[in-house]
Design a protein around this ligand. Structure first.
Ligand code: NAG
Ligand code: NAG
Ligand code: NAG
Ligand code: NAG
Length: 380
């Protein structure tokens, strides 16, 4: 016990000393990547000091040419300049956010290389939000930083910009999942400079993030990039999480048309969706999904992962049930579960998007006999 505790206390004292001597900035050199200016912060309960680096880019901003394709890794910065890693990124384009330069992650660590040689386990967090909402900034690190871990919430393309699919090589689907994998590559390469252990990476996520985790367990491209997985309240086996049989394409075509793009000829459609303001695609998706949900069910088609039939790189090409049954997945320790009362989110969605528009809120017959089966179908 003693031998374990001692180094931790030493780190704590050193960090405290460092904080006392230096202002709130922390300049960190990340070899092969760049020089970052982060901040010193404190944990919630014990005011344990930790370091925060926000909006650290793992990939280049998508261009019209690769808007729906796997991302390009971030080109390293000059080591002669300092990158500001002190501000939050508002998330990938979604309602109220239009900034496509969003392929970034946040890093929170209780120690840096000048304080200790000890590498800490890493948790990479994939946010939820139905594959169309959310960002890294909503996950505050201050409780996790009571513990000896490095926490890395990541962002990925959302909505149609992240998941539109025409089943063609230009728009093959799953761009947002390729982003998650690129983020994992970045973490594997650089996290040691934040005192994270690249051989102890846990991927974890909630809701759509959880569905993503169970998809990453299947994806060949993600093999070896993590050693453990935690999935909370969502699975790629759920009907809302993955589309096949052209459902994604059909929805994507409708959404593009609603955004004002010509559906034919294909080249005009492509030029339009690659150049249109992402906000217009997201607004069209909102209208499309509102209309679909008023028919019942939780529909994310056009904005969620698909079983790919096109693209030079493919995340998943067959039924996830079959892949899991055949043992064709990353064989790592996993934790699966559902967060308490999480179903109330779906009940809320069902209420506003289905019960209210269909005048069912006072319908005693429906409420007594059909509501619960409907809810269970929705969650399938
Ligand atoms: C680092 O960021 C802080 C804000 O947190 C700023 O005051 C400071 O000037 C920055 N330092 C450099 C060298 O850019
Ligand atoms: C962290 O705690 C130290 C010691 O209590 C304090 O001096 C410092 O201002 C705190 N920093 C922040 C960012 O709250
Ligand atoms: C998004 O924008 C709409 C309209 O501008 C506004 O009513 C809403 O409060 C905003 N939502 C958030 C989460 O900022
Ligand atoms: C719901 O009720 C309103 C007001 O009575 C009515 O105008 C509307 O058509 C009804 N909607 C449906 C789907 O029945």
């Amino acid at each position: 016990m003693k031998s374990l505790l001692l180094p931790i206390i030493v780190i704590f004292l050193l960090a405290g000393h460092y904080l006392a001597e230096v202002s709130s900035q922390v300049i960190l050199e990340v070899p092969g990547y760049g020089v970052l200016n982060g901040t010193n912060e404190n944990s919630t309960y014990t005011e344990r000091p930790f370091y925060a680096f926000r909006d650290v880019f793992y990939a280049e901003k998508p261009t019209p040419e690769n808007r729906f394709l796997p991302p390009l890794p971030k080109i390293p910065y000059s080591m002669d300049e300092i990158q500001q890693a002190t501000n939050n990124n508002a998330g990938c384009p979604q309602l109220n956010s239009t900034n496509e330069d969003c392929l970034s992650l946040n890093i929170f660590t209780p120690q840096l290389p000048f304080e200790s040689d000890k590498l800490l386990p890493v948790m990479v967090w994939v946010h939820g939000g139905g594959f169309s909402l959310g960002h890294a900034l909503e996950y505050l690190p201050n409780r996790f930083m009571e513990h000896d871990i490095v926490l890395v919430p990541i962002q990925y393309r959302l909505g149609p910009p992240g998941f539109l699919s025409f089943d063609t090589d230009d728009v093959p689907g799953n761009a947002g999942i390729f982003d998650q994998i690129e983020a994992l590559r970045w973490v594997n390469k650089h996290i040691q400079y934040f005192r994270g252990d690249p051989s102890q990476i846990t991927i974890a996520g909630e809701s759509a993030g959880s569905a993503s985790i169970t998809l990453l367990l299947l994806a060949a491209q993600a093999r070896g990039l993590f050693q453990r997985a935690i999935a909370e309240s969502g699975s790629v086996l759920a009907e809302w999480a993955l589309d096949g049989d052209g459902r994604g394409k059909a929805a994507s075509l409708q959404i593009s048309e609603m955004a004002g793009c010509p559906v034919e000829p294909y080249q005009d459609l492509l030029t339009c969706v690659c150049n249109i303001d992402p906000a217009e695609l997201n607004e069209a998706y909102r209208d499309y999904s509102t209309a679909e949900m008023s028919k019942g069910g939780l529909v994310f088609s056009g904005s969620n992962p698909i079983i790919q039939v096109a693209g030079a790189q493919r995340i998943i090409e067959s039924d996830p049930f079959e892949l899991y049954n055949s043992g064709n997945f990353a064989n790592v320790p996993t934790m699966f579960g559902a967060n308490k009362q999480e179903g109330s989110v779906v009940l809320g969605l069902l209420y506003t998007s289905f019960l209210v528009p269909n005048n069912l809120t006072e319908d005693e017959e429906y409420l007594a006999n059909d509501l619960v089966p409907q809810l269970l179908t929705t969650l399938r």
